[in-house]
Each structure stands twice: as structure tokens, then as C-alpha cells.
Ligand binder design. Structure first.
Ligand SMILES: NC(=O)C1=CN([C@@H]2O[C@H](COP(=O)(O)OP(=O)(O)OC[C@H]3O[C@@H](n4cnc5c(N)ncnc54)[C@H](OP(=O)(O)O)[C@@H]3O)[C@@H](O)[C@H]2O)C=CC1
Ligand SMILES: O=C(O)C1=N[C@H](C(=O)O)C[C@H](O)C1
Length: 250
């Protein structure tokens, strides 16, 4: 059976360099291109890449995806910074390339995907929910893509359940003291040397709290998700948002 031809964009970065090793080690894949900043996107088409794994920066990802989708190259995207406007633009370009698939995964680690699922499940049963994400200080964005998505899923679950707005009687606060408001859910971002990628979802009700915590201790935690994404995206045209759609979570 022929191997899946995979390229990595952002190949010299923290997660990109790990992805290069993971693709090289996968029996069913061939690494056909590894692009860093300044390398020509034309290399992707010339290399015959079927899938590009995009792990760069929120400022770079749209141009890279425009090229991939425009050339019918499927994409597995870990880069953060997704807004409704960006997603709409991507959907429009996918309409012009109907056979092409793009997976955007706010987080490729199974534990983080499950954290989001557990938070979504628990959120309607508690009065209060807040998210704390903790990352290394070289991270480009805050809040993290995972925390943003977690908060959105929590908010959606609470809306569907008809939950009341969260109680918060704060009448004076320093700017930022209550975190960022993502869809009504406070999200707090910590940047600390020594950390990699961590998240806690704190849920509180009368007389009890529940904490769901996930820790990525090494970039290897993201690799099974990236490889699964590359295998599945080639037969999944259009936009898929979230690795959970490629997992059988029941
Ligand atoms: N979804 C997930 O599970 C995960 C997502 N991420 C996300 O992935 C992204 C990258 O994170 P991380 O690896 O830590 O960041 P790094 O800064 O370590 O790596 C990004 C790399 O991409 C390069 N780059 C930037 N623009 C381009 C471009 N146009 N073409 C080619 N290469 C480019 C950078 O080059 P230069 O250094 O010269 O700028 C750098 O080498 C972030 O958005 C992060 O949040 C990270 C981990 C897991
Ligand atoms: O920049 C990182 O490191 C990570 N970025 C993603 C995010 O913003 O959620 C995924 C993970 O948290 C690691």
C-alpha cells in the first residue's frame, strides 16, 4: 500500500519539530516536505504532499491554508487564533475546493479532548464554572485555543440546559482580575517557565466543587492526535473543528 505523503509547516518549532519526527516514524506515512519560516509554499505542491500539518503562528496560518486549500492539499491544523470570521473565510475557500478536507484541532491530546467533553457534561449541573489555563511563557496567544474552545462548549451546554447566568457579585475589580470573558465563562491565563500546557476547569455548586485537570507534560502528547488527523482528513472533505469528531467517544 502506498504511504500517505505528509508535509509539516512550522517544522522547526516546538510542536512542528516533534511532528516531523512522528511522521518520519509512522510506517504508513512519508515526510515529503518540512517547511520553516521563509521557505516557499510552492514546495508543498512540488513535493506531492497529500496532507499538510500546519503548526505555525496565528499570523501565518491563514495564508498557509489558502495555499493548501487552493492546491487541493488536505490540512491538519494545530495553530490557534481561530475566530468566527477566520472560520467563515476558510469555509468559503473550501467551497471552491470541495474535495479538500481541513481539520482544526484546538488540542490534539486525548486528555485535553476528554477534559473538554467532561467539562461540557458537568457544566449544567453546577452554578459556577471557571477555566484556568497554564502554559510556557513563549506561547503566542492568550487565552489558549483549548481554553477558548472549552469555555465555548461549556457556554453552549449551559444554554442548551437553560442554566442561569453564573453568580458574580463583584462590584469593583482591577482590570483583568476576573479573567477574560469567553461566552460568559471566566478564563484565566497563567504563563510560567517550567510549564508546557495545562488546564483546569473549576465547577462549583452548593457545598461542593469539582475540578477537571489535564497536563501535557511533553509535546509527544499531541502526536497520536496529529497522525490520526492526517489519516482521517484525506477522506473527510470540508471543515472539521475538533479532534473529537475523529474519535469514537460514545
Ligand atoms: N492544537 C494543539 O494540540 C497544539 C497547538 N499548538 C499551537 O501551535 C502553534 C505553534 O506552537 P509552537 O510550536 O509552540 O510555536 P513555535 O514558535 O515554537 O513554532 C512555530 C514555528 O512556526 C514557524 N513559522 C511561523 N510562521 C511561519 C510560516 N509562515 N511558514 C513556516 N513556518 C512558520 C516559526 O518560525 P519563527 O520562529 O521564525 O517565527 C516557528 O519555527 C501555536 O499556535 C500553538 O498554540 C501547540 C501545541 C499543541
Ligand atoms: O501553545 C501551546 O503550547 C499549546 N497551544 C494549544 C492551545 O492554545 O490550546 C494547545 C496546547 O494547549 C498547547
Amino acid at each position: 500500500m502506498s504511504k500517505l505523503r505528509v508535509a509539516v509547516i512550522g517544522a522547526r518549532g516546538r510542536i512542528g519539530s516533534e511532528a516531523v519526527k512522528a511522521v518520519e516514524a509512522a510506517d504508513d506515512m512519508e515526510l515529503v516536505a518540512a517547511l520553516g519560516r521563509g521557505d516557499k509554499l510552492e514546495t508543498l505542491a512540488e513535493s506531492g504532499a497529500q496532507v499538510a500539518v500546519e503548526l505555525t503562528h496565528p499570523d501565518s496560518v491563514m495564508a498557509n491554508l489558502d495555499y493548501c486549500v487552493g492546491h487541493g492539499i488536505h490540512a491538519v491544523v494545530g495553530t490557534t487564533g481561530w475566530t468566527d470570521e477566520r472560520l467563515a473565510r476558510l469555509r468559503t475557500s473550501l467551497e471552491a475546493s470541495p474535495g479538500t478536507g481541513v481539520l482544526i484541532a484546538p488540542n490534539f491530546s486525548i486528555g485535553a479532548v476528554l477534559t473538554m467533553r467532561f467539562a461540557q457534561l458537568a457544566a449544567p449541573y453546577f452554578e459556577s464554572v471557571e477555566v484556568i489555563e497554564l502554559h510556557h511563557p513563549n506561547k503566542a496567544d492568550a487565552p489558549s485555543g483549548t481554553a477558548t474552545r472549552t469555555a465555548q462548549l461549556i457556554a453552549e451546554a449551559r444554554r442548551e440546559a437553560g442554566s442561569a447566568p453564573q453568580p458574580d457579585a463583584t462590584s469593583t475589580a482591577l482590570d483583568g482580575a476576573r479573567g477574560a470573558d469567553v461566552d460568559g465563562v471566566p478564563v484565566h491565563s497563567v504563563r510560567l517557565r517550567g510549564l508546557l500546557a495545562h488546564q483546569e476547569v473549576l465547577l462549583g455548586g452548593e457545598g461542593e466543587t469539582l475540578t477537571v485537570r489535564h497536563d501535557s507534560l511533553h509535546h509527544s502528547s499531541f502526536m497520536p492526535g496529529i497522525l490520526l488527523g492526517a489519516r482521517r482528513v484525506v477522506s473527510t472533505p470540508g471543515l472539521t473543528f475538533g479532534l473529537e469528531h475523529f474519535l469514537d467517544l460514545g
